[in-house]
Every structure is written in C-alpha cells, then in structure tokens.
Ligand binder design. Structure first.
Ligand SMILES: [Zn+2]
Length: 300
C-alpha cells in the first residue's frame, strides 16, 4: 500500500512538473510581469514612451547611445528581448535601421503590436539621391522627424494611441500623461518660435543634415556639409566654403555620431566655429532646449 501511494505521488509530481515547465519557459525574461514591454528605435522615443506610459511601461531601445540609426545592426540579445515585447514604436519616416531590420525583427514576434510614430506627420522629401539605384521610393524621405517639437507632439499622441490599444483599462492615465507632456512640447515650440523670430541671419550649416524639420518649423535654412549622404568632394568643399561665406554662416553644427573633419576645415576657412549638438539624446526635452540655446547664441 505504502509503496503504491508513494508511486502515485511521484507520478502526480511528475505530471505537475511537466505541466508547469511550459509556463515557466514562456515567462518574459526581460520585462517585468506587470509592465508592458515596449521597444523603440531611437533614444528620444524612450523619453516619449516613458512620459506617456509612466511606471506601466518598460522601454528598451534598439539603437544604443553613440550608434548611428543610419548604420546600426541589432545584436542577438536585442532580438531575444524583442521576442518578449508587447509593442514596437517605429519612427516610421524611413530611418535606415528600420528599412533594413524592422520586418525581420517583427518576424521574430508575431504577436507584437506595431505603432508607426510618423503617422500624421508631413514628411519632407530627401535631398536628391544620385539616381543610380532606381528602387528607393520607400526611403526617399528625410527620416529626422523627431528633431521638431511640433512633430514630437504627433509622435507622442501616436504612442498614447498604441498604449491605449494595448491596455484600454488605463486609457485615462495614458491620456493625462500625454496631455501634460504635449503641453511641455508646445511651450517649447512657442519659446523657439519667439526666439527665432528675432534672428536676422536665418542660415545655419550642419555636418549631417538632421534639422530639416526644425528648419521648416522656424523658417530657417539648413545647409549641409554632407552631400547626398556622402562626404563632399574637394570641389564640393570649395563651393560649401563659398556658400557659407555668402550666407554669413559663423557656426557649423556637428553630431557625435559623425566625422567632423570637413566641418573643421570649413570653420577654419570662414573663420567660424564648430558646435556639438546631439540629435539622439535620451533626455529629449532638455536636449532640444540646449540645441535652441546654442543655435540662438550662434545665429544672433
Ligand atoms: Zn541622421
């Protein structure tokens, strides 16, 4: 009797264990159980998602600090994290990383919800490519939509819609957070508009032309050291120096992700300066205010 009871207990325990293991292996490893697992492409989106999602969301970013969205490739551990996420917020405007990787990444996780942050934003056509490759219509937009407090408001609203879709019970929480962060962005936009309205020379030069949307918002003119995504030729450099002199440019803005040698050369030739601005900082709102201060100082 005792042996048989023991046997039955062992069988029971084995059945129980077998039943439990699939659950154990299904549990999310990278995101805590009660938080929504969100993945974004670039660091400024981390602030957007955290501003709306608060403690209800755990955010993971694909392009780490210092890497370029134009060239970065995801790591195996990022792919694993993605397999366990609930929602992906893409930039959506033709960032090279997303063009090359998004389909593959989403293929890893068929349950994931995809939210396109660029929905509702009027995209700017990319500057003319050399038309050797014919099939690039899908990526012929300037991808840098986030560097505009006006566009950022649309991105934040899209993020809120995505979180509400995934977690409708907390609709009010997300919408209140959205409204207060958008208010902050709108105040910023107002300050920038007021500030730039007093600037007489409206031309600035960038090593990498990431400020097209910003320039559109404030009626500024962006000149680019890069020509069609490449370093300028010697003839191109000569004409840039000429252009910069004519336009009275005094500062060339460079970003940490890009080579600044040509910017240094032009700055020397025009007797100007090189200033750093980082378009991919994680603390988006503070960083944009900083960029505004630097530009006001440089252009006034
Ligand atoms: Zn860029």
């Amino acid at each position: 009797m005792i042996t048989s009871r023991k046997f039955r207990f062992v069988v029971f325990a084995l059945v129980l264990l077998t039943c439990m293991f699939p659950f154990a292996s299904c549990q999310k490893q990278n995101f805590s159980d009660d938080a929504i697992g969100a993945v974004v492409t670039i660091l400024p989106q981390v602030e957007f998602v955290e501003a709306v999602g608060g403690e209800k969301v755990a955010v993971s970013v694909m392009i780490p600090p210092g890497a370029s969205p134009h060239t970065y490739e995801p790591t195996p551990s990022q792919m694993t994290a993605l397999a366990e996420a609930d929602i992906y917020f893409s930039v959506g405007s033709g960032v090279e990383f997303e063009i090359s990787w998004l389909d593959k990444l989403l293929g890893i996780n068929r349950q994931i919800i995809l939210i396109d942050c660029s929905e509702g934003i009027e995209l700017i056509e990319a500057e003319a490519h050399d038309h050797e490759e014919e099939d690039h219509e899908a990526d012929s937009h300037d991808p840098h939509i986030w560097l505009s407090p006006v566009n950022a408001q649309v991105m934040v609203a899209n993020i809120c819609d995505g979180l509400v879709q995934l977690d409708p019970d907390n609709r009010e929480y997300y919408q209140q957070n959205r409204d207060s962060y958008i208010e902050k962005l709108q105040a910023m936009h107002q300050d920038f508009s007021d500030g730039f309205s007093t600037v007489e020379n409206r031309v600035f030069m960038m090593q990498h032309p990431s400020m097209s949307y910003f320039a559109r918002d404030y009626a500024l003119i962006q000149l680019s050291v890069e020509q069609e995504g490449k370093e300028p030729t010697p003839a191109g450099m000569a004409s840039l120096i000429e252009q910069a002199k004519e336009a009275g440019v005094r500062v060339i803005f460079v970003s940490p992700q890009f080579n600044q040698d040509n910017a240094d050369t032009i700055a020397r030739e025009i007797d100007g300066a090189v200033e750093y601005i980082d378009g991919l900082a994680r603390d988006y709102a503070d960083n944009m205010r900083g960029i505004f201060e630097i530009m006001m100082e440089a252009m006034n």
